[in-house]
Design a protein around this ligand. Sequence first.
Ligand SMILES: Cc1ncc(COP(=O)(O)O)c(C=O)c1O
Length: 427
Amino acid sequence: MACADKKKYVTLHVKACIKLSNDFIKVRGGKIGLIMATFIEQLAQMHGTPLERRKKLSNTIELPKPKRLVPQHIQDLKAYQPGRPASKLKRDLGIDQFINLASNENPLGPPETVIEAVRLASSEIHRYPESGGAILKEALANKYDLWEENVAIGSGSESIMANIIRAFVHGSDEIVTSEGTFIGFYVLVGSHGVKLKTVPLKDYHFDLDGLADAVTNKTKLIYLCNPNNPTGTIYSREEFEAFMRKVPEHVLVIVDEAYFEFTMGMPQFPDSMIYRHDNVLTLRTFSKAFGMAGIRLGYGLGHDYLINFVNRVKLPFEPNNLAQAAGVAALTDTEYLRKTLENNDKGMRLIASAFDELGLRYVDSYANFMMVPFGSAEKVKDLHEKLLRQGVAIRPLHAFGLPDCFRVTIGLPEENETFIQALKKCL
Ligand SMILES: Cc1ncc(COP(=O)(O)O)c(C=O)c1O
């Protein structure tokens, strides 16, 4: 037999042995299974493809059943489902161009000032980040006329949200929020194993009266989201003021203002930082208007007494040193923010008039996305798939508890136009 043929013969033979042994383990398991697993591993190490050479940790010990190993609330947890990455969608659908209007990111791309700051900071990535984040905290404190002690920073505002729950909520404490709000918050509460009480939306708006009425002596925390993701709606100043009069002072209120920059300055929008209530923790992010979702940077503002505890439970070295430098640079880049808001206004007007033309009802939005009630979950699913095949991703909202709605992020002018044309074809 020629040398090449011999090699082929041995490889085939070994592959057959690996398959046989795998099948055997599936059937028999137990001790013989373990011996066979070791045998397979040795064979694979000598002759297998990279995939076959991977060690099968699952074959080495018998783990206890989930009942004993995994707390019930973790067994019940539905993990956050992000959209499929663009590269995977392109490959799966066989398309070259793909527009992601599903994740409320900034379509302008990262600010140049931030790219430069990250480039400079990258010479220090062999060092641990400056753990207190003093420079970024000082910049944020200056921006809001606060002390550094009033500022918490983290890897995304979601990380600070998690730290607030970890720091303050335990045992039989309860959390109150609305239905149809930011899905990440539900996941965090679920992973913490505490009781969550939800109040229905009222015509796609937070029902602040309903939330205040849902408070009991067990309530530790209320979560508000303004503007709300995924509806895009806001509650007004009057509503917020009346709500804060009703909420007992010992109940903490998270006001998630991830989309703050898109609505700041509007007279009816209650900027939570103007009120400075001692029991309110405001969350904001660099992920949206600042175009930095991938770098993971967010911040929380509040009473130093509360922020101190939030910082105690935080992982010591987050956010990383690139994110800290990026944040400091982003705060100075008012031109990028101006362009972002301008693009968003124009895009929202264009999409709204296309919806009007098509006779589609949409919810008035104060953020960088719009929500459309579309009749039924089936219709949304169908539209989502059809748009994907045309290279446009929108967000169906079944996971947010709004199965008959979809959300679309405002893109660049040409992306909005592509979305509108694709939508017209689908309808
Ligand atoms: C309302 C809301 N809060 C928080 C976040 C998470 O922001 P970050 O990227 O800062 O963790 C999002 C992201 O989509 C959001 O929509």
